[in-house]
Design a protein around this ligand. Structure first.
Ligand SMILES: Cc1cc2nc3c(=O)[nH]c(=O)nc-3n(C[C@H](O)[C@H](O)[C@H](O)COP(=O)(O)OP(=O)(O)OC[C@H]3O[C@@H](n4cnc5c(N)ncnc54)[C@H](O)[C@@H]3O)c2cc1C
Length: 131
């Protein structure tokens, strides 16, 4: 992991994770920094580990760091990353994804009263979002 390095990831961190039959190389950056600069620097640092290999997948994702203004509509609700439950400073989101999923399900179980009631938007807002 490269942390606090201006060339590879000025505002997050870069990584080189050995997987079963490949290597995952990546970096986090903000929209203000051109990803082409940081990816070139990261590739250069990963050079020995990826020499002779081929690129099998390229992907990029925005990290949802702010709670979405609308997280419940009708009987549809968002949890985890889709709800924007990611910590801004660290990018941690696994705990909040699991926790929000659990809170949501508990709210549904409570509001349906053992399967007797149909849940409403208000039930989800009152129980899940409030918690
Ligand atoms: C590089 C990186 C490093 C990270 N490191 C950490 C860390 O160290 N610690 C930490 O806590 N968090 C970390 N996070 C954040 C963490 O991965 C996420 O916050 C967490 O995985 C969110 O869980 P989730 O269930 O909300 O979403 P996801 O884990 O994204 O799960 C959503 C699932 O839905 C599937 N899906 C999408 N569309 C469809 C569809 N149409 N039909 C069916 N399935 C679909 C996807 O394939 C995916 O499996 C990291 C994220 C990244 C990108």
């Amino acid at each position: 992991m490269h942390i606090g390095n201006d060339h590879v990831s000025p505002d997050f961190y870069a990584w080189l994770f050995p997987k079963c039959d490949h290597v995952a190389v990546g970096m986090g950056t903000s929209a203000q920094n051109p990803i082409s600069n940081t990816s070139t620097a990261t590739k250069a640092r990963a050079n020995l580990k990826i020499e002779g290999g081929k690129v099998i997948k390229v992907e990029a994702h925005p990290m949802p760091q702010h709670p979405r203004p609308i997280r419940v509509r009708g009987q549809v609700t968002l949890v985890g990353d889709t709800a924007g439950y990611l910590t801004h400073c660290s990018g941690e989101g696994i705990y909040f994804a699991a926790k929000s999923g659990r809170l949501c399900v508990e709210a549904i179980v409570k509001a349906t009263k053992g399967g007797e009631n149909m849940i409403s938007e208000d039930d989800l807002k009152r129980e899940y979002l409030r918690k």
